[in-house]
Design a protein around this ligand. Structure first.
Ligand code: NAP
Length: 288
């Protein structure tokens, strides 16, 4: 019997990365990738009907409202998807004995700490996106026992649009860039997160609960951009200026590095963030 895995929000960068890596039915996994137009998780009726028709062992929820800036003005929409819809999905998973693997964020923290955040640290989101993602976590914890919530940070991939693909395009245009040093976090590759999700399923782990997953180390957005620029010999790095200011509608945590220590007790394959950035930039350059 194959293990049936539903991937919601499959047209996002994480969904696409899971598809790139694991769409070949190896490990006896059978994936069902559904985009927003195929399955809108905020449509409770359609979701119930879908789960009544199909049965899954796992659901990887890659669907989310991820525009942190827009979220400040579209509060109803962001809560509809990141909180209420996540509750609907959790109810469907409960009814159908499906293990939910849900992705959450470092933005559930306020960034006032100066050491890496643990799963047990108090949450206190400071923007609407973070508040909505926390509300989604709480719904899952209320409804389900068999779930994994994976908090991750600063996700990027070869699939546009994210910080890496944006900076690569700007550098190719020879643009001058001003990048902030006012936030510290950990850039995390969708490839590495997808490998962790794959491992969770393959290992048949029953250690349900909350996990932090990011690459090793910490960086500012300026450090992140400089690392990307290393790949462009003809680009003058002095064109990238550091700034301590950051114009944004959404307040951002100054420090959102997460501790991987709980995750590493089970899975210890994280690289330093900079190595993973190199791998993805090389992938992007190889494809162009
Ligand atoms: N990106 C980051 O830096 C970051 C950091 C930490 C955590 N995360 C979390 O990681 C997860 C994956 O993020 P990502 O970067 O892959 O995001 P993404 O690229 O924006 O993908 C999200 C996907 O969800 C879809 N979606 C939106 N509303 C939906 C709905 N009602 N029903 C079904 N699908 C819906 C979107 O479709 P449309 O584009 O058509 O709306 C999009 O394809 C999310 O839970 C996010 O909160 C992301």
């Amino acid at each position: 019997m194959s293990i049936k895995i539903l991937v919601t929000g499959a047209n996002g960068q994480l969904g696409k990365t899971v598809k790139d890596l694991y769409n070949d039915n190896s490990d006896n996994f059978e994936f069902f990738f559904v985009s927003k137009s195929e399955l809108d998780i905020s449509d409770r009726k359609t979701l119930n009907e879908y789960f009544a028709k199909h049965s899954f062992d796992y659901c990887i929820n890659c669907a989310a409202y991820t525009n942190v800036e827009q979220a400040e003005e579209s509060i109803e929409d962001v809560f509809k998807i990141n909180a209420n819809a996540v509750g609907f999905l959790a109810e469907c998973c409960k009814k159908s004995n499906t293990i939910l693997i849900h992705i959450s964020t470092d933005y559930v923290f306020d960034g006032k700490k100066d050491t890496p955040y643990l799963e047990t640290d108090t949450t206190n989101p400071i923007n609407q996106y973070g508040r909505s993602k926390l509300a989604g976590e709480l719904k899952i914890q209320e409804i389900l026992k068999e779930y994994f919530i994976i908090r991750t940070s600063w996700l990027y991939s070869k699939h546009p649009k994210n910080f890496v693909t944006t900076i690569v395009s700007k550098i190719k245009e020879g643009a001058d860039l001003t990048i902030t040093t006012s936030q510290k976090g950990t850039p995390t590759s969708c490839v590495e997160l997808s490998k962790f999700i794959h491992w969770l399923i393959k290992s048949e782990s029953k250690d349900f609960g909350m996990y932090h997953f990011s690459a090793k180390g910490e960086a500012t957005w300026y450090d992140f951009a400089m690392r990307i620029s290393n790949h462009f010999k003809d680009y003058d790095k002095n064109k990238i200026k550091a700034t301590t200011s950051f114009k944004s509608k959404a307040e951002r945590p100054e420090y959102s590095v997460m501790s991987n220590s709980k995750t590493q007790k089970h899975y210890n394959s994280q690289n330093n963030w900079s190595e993973d950035v190199d791998a993805v930039v090389n992938q992007i350059l190889a494809n162009n």
